[in-house]
Design a protein around this ligand. Structure first.
Ligand SMILES: NC(=O)c1ccc[n+]([C@@H]2O[C@H](COP(=O)([O-])OP(=O)(O)OC[C@H]3O[C@@H](n4cnc5c(N)ncnc54)[C@H](OP(=O)(O)O)[C@@H]3O)[C@@H](O)[C@H]2O)c1
Length: 333
């Protein structure tokens, strides 16, 4: 089969289009013919050696996908040939070969059926970012009508957090550097959007909130923005630390946490057990149904154009960047 191979730790532009041996599923495993795969910043982090995973090489990146079951190992539950499935969680694209390939072999317990009414691309891009956003929004048991401030709100996790927080009845403030993307966020449930590059944004936020303060931050960015976001929190405010696309925080004064008794906690989607992941996923699908929304797709690239797809991800997408694998599969026969 054809796959994008990472020959060694180095850089995302070292990926090579090549053929590898097709794997047969062992006990409890299922092989999918991949239809669509989705990209995540963690793919690049792994390629650059910045992610705590040491797969064997050549490695195949890619954690999200929708595919058709093409082989079923013994004891693989109810899955049968021809079923369509999405990859909910697991080691694919981390320690095991991932989804930027014509086939991926995974434990059957990592698969889920496609939610009713969702398209294949919507189902292929959602699992990782929506379950991450769910963990970020629920880990402090924030009550309904909390004020939630989301950085990187236009990205995969940010859009998911915006939609889910809105479905939970929260007041949502999305930060985006792009006016065009900010306008789209308003249509997805953000109450207000602000530009984090405008030095006046904290003042504007204060005016909008009047006597209220931010209760929960979902931070995808880190860097110099994080301390500014922390300043907007009220008493007992909380921070869910998801990512650090802008790099480490240059200066952080721990005293900024003292007087408001602020809480900070990391988010790590991989720490959810299979049951927690499944429960979170069911909640995600149900909440999106309640607000009549679906995962948001920025762009879909042909399988041969994976490098261009990663370039698009690095630019800052509006939602998710996907790769259509199956179409290319047909063309390459
Ligand atoms: N902890 C976990 O379990 C977990 C799980 C999934 C993802 N993550 C991490 O969470 C972060 C976000 O992931 P994602 O999939 O949402 O990323 P993404 O789709 O690439 O989007 C991030 C958004 O952040 C903004 N942005 C990017 N670089 C920025 C910078 N230097 N300064 C300010 N804003 C910037 C952009 O929005 P604008 O252009 O609109 O400003 C972009 O659309 C990543 O670091 C990822 O690795 C963590």
């Amino acid at each position: 089969m054809q796959a994008w191979l990472l020959p060694e730790i180095g850089a995302i532009d070292h990926l090579r289009w090549d053929s590898i041996e097709t794997r047969h599923p062992g006990e409890g495993n299922v092989t999918l013919d991949v239809l669509f795969a989705a990209l995540n910043p963690a793919d690049r982090y792994l390629a650059e050696g910045l992610y705590p995973a040491r797969p064997s090489f050549p490695h195949v990146l890619g954690r999200d996908a929708v595919g058709i079951v093409s082989q079923v190992g013994k004891g693989a539950g109810d899955w049968k040939l021809g079923d369509k499935a999405l990859l909910l969680r697991g080691e694919a694209g981390v320690s095991q070969l991932g989804t930027l390939a014509q086939q991926v072999t995974v434990p059957a317990e990592c698969l889920e059926r496609i939610p009713a009414g969702w398209t294949d691309p919507q189902a292929a891009c959602a699992a990782l970012v929506y379950v991450t956003a769910y963990q970020a929004l629920t880990q402090f048991d924030s009550p309904r009508n909390s004020v939630v401030l989301i950085s990187g709100a236009s990205g995969g996790v940010g859009v998911a957090a915006t939609q889910l927080a809105s479905a939970m009845g929260q007041t949502v403030i999305g930060l985006s550097r792009s006016a065009e993307k900010a306008a789209k966020l308003l249509g997805l449930g953000a109450t207000w959007t602000l530009n984090p590059e405008d030095p006046q944004w904290p003042k504007t936020l204060k005016q909008l909130l009047q006597s209220r303060r931010v209760d929960l931050i979902v931070d995808n960015i880190g860097g110099a923005l994080l301390p500014k976001m922390i300043d907007t929190l009220g008493m007992n405010g909380c921070v869910s630390l998801v990512g650090m696309l802008a790099g480490p925080v240059p200066q952080f004064n721990t005293a900024s946490l003292f007087f408001r008794r602020l809480l900070m906690r990391g988010v790590a989607v991989s720490t959810y057990s299979l049951e927690e992941n499944r429960e979170a996923w069911q909640q995600v699908v149900s909440m999106l149904g309640q607000i009549n929304q679906r995962p948001v797709i920025d762009s879909v690239f042909p399988f041969q154009q994976v490098p261009a797809a990663f370039a698009r991800l690095a630019e800052g997408p509006m939602g998710k960047v996907l790769v259509e694998v199956a179409d290319s599969q047909l063309r390459s026969v």
